[in-house]
Design a protein around this ligand. Structure first.
Ligand code: ADP
Length: 323
């Protein structure tokens, strides 16, 4: 293997740049040429890429976003698009590929691997729903961003005796909501994985008021049904019977940005570097995950076979702590 490519694909997160940097620098260290492919699979289909050197990734370890850009590429879901991608890879003389992204991007990596192209993945998504790895790149920074918001909202909530709904991202995964709820001392967490009725929420708000709490924080995952907006409408109808007045904050895309945390920088560096080493060692067809504080290979097939859910004991702990 002489020349490898690296791309970031799908939803962005704050750990992508340290991961690109690790791939490039480990690649150069091992005597490889590294091509940075722009806009995920779209750049692979269209042939948009540049040679990377050590300086092209200088100073990015502390920056959110991705210097390569990211995109969603519907063409790549079709065989025709993937054949174009293979043509591009051949045209540029690339003989191995590192894909940094979430479940969708890793499904794309598996599709390329099934076409016999040596491809390896690094799990990177704020949703923390990639199967086989304890954590994905970007999760920790997103969690810290949410936590910062919860702490600030708690200050104002306590001052005014308010209940706050705080909506977090995570698509169909409740991990971010649950973990930030625990770390932020929330009174309740609403996750897509658990069916929680409006009545349970109003009962809890009422109970928190009667217990003498000065605030009531409810973290709502964006994937929870029937959704934060429907809940706020319901709570407004019940406003005369609730002790707290209720406000809502949608955190939105701030969760995807910002300087990567120390944990994410180190995780991204370890996984990105190991991905190149394993690719060179003939271990394509895998992701490099993080299991019990060590890098671990998991087949791409297993990684994408289902979306990982949070562990039940974390959920139980959140309930016990919210007294
Ligand atoms: P994420 O990686 O954040 O989960 P997406 O689900 O949007 O993001 O996937 C990113 C891109 O990966 C898609 O736009 C598409 O190009 C590619 N992709 C997703 N699923 C597949 C699939 N089953 N086969 C081939 N490519 C896929």
């Amino acid at each position: 293997m002489k020349r490898i490519g690296v791309l970031t694909s799908g939803g962005d997160n704050p750990g992508l740049n340290p991961c690109i940097r690790a791939v490039v620098r480990m690649g150069l260290h091992l005597g490889l040429e590294v091509m940075g492919i722009r806009r995920g699979y779209a750049g692979l289909v269209d042939g948009e890429m540049d040679t990377m050197d050590a300086r092209s990734v200088g100073g990015i370890i502390g920056h959110g976003g991705t210097i390569l850009g990211t995109a969603r590429c519907p063409e790549f879901r079709e065989v025709k698009g993937r054949r174009e991608a293979l043509r591009t890879l051949n045209r540029f003389g690339i003989d191995g590929l590192v894909v940094i992204g979430g479940n969708g991007s890793l499904a794309g990596a598996q599709a390329l691997w099934e076409m016999d192209f040596p491809t390896i993945g690094v799990p990177s998504t704020i949703d923390n729903d990639v199967n086989g790895t304890d954590i994905s790149v970007g999760v920790d920074t997103a969690l810290n961003t949410i936590l910062d918001a919860i702490d600030k909202i708690k200050d104002t909530a306590s001052s005014h005796n308010r209940a706050f709904l705080i909506e977090t991202m995570g698509r169909n995964s409740g991990y971010l909501a649950l973990a930030s709820g625990i770390a932020g001392g929330a009174e309740m967490v609403l996750c897509p994985e658990v069916d929680t009725q409006f009545e349970a929420v109003t009962d809890m708000i009422d109970k928190a008021y009667v217990l003498g709490k000065s605030h009531c924080i409810i973290v709502v995952a964006e994937g929870w049904k029937p959704g934060a907006q429907a809940l706020i409408d319901h709570l407004r109808e019940r406003k005369d019977t609730l002790g707290f007045s209720v406000r809502v904050t949608h955190l939105g895309h701030v969760q995807r940005g910002g300087s990567p945390s120390a944990f994410d920088r180190i995780l991204a560096t370890r996984l990105g570097a190991a991905a190149v080493q394993h690719l060179l060692d003939g271990k394509a067809g895998h992701i490099v995950g993080w299991v019990q504080s060590k890098t671990q290979l998991i087949t791409l097939e297993e990684a994408i076979s289902f979306h990982k859910a949070y562990s039940q004991d974390l959920w139980e702990l959140a309930e016990i702590m919210a007294k």
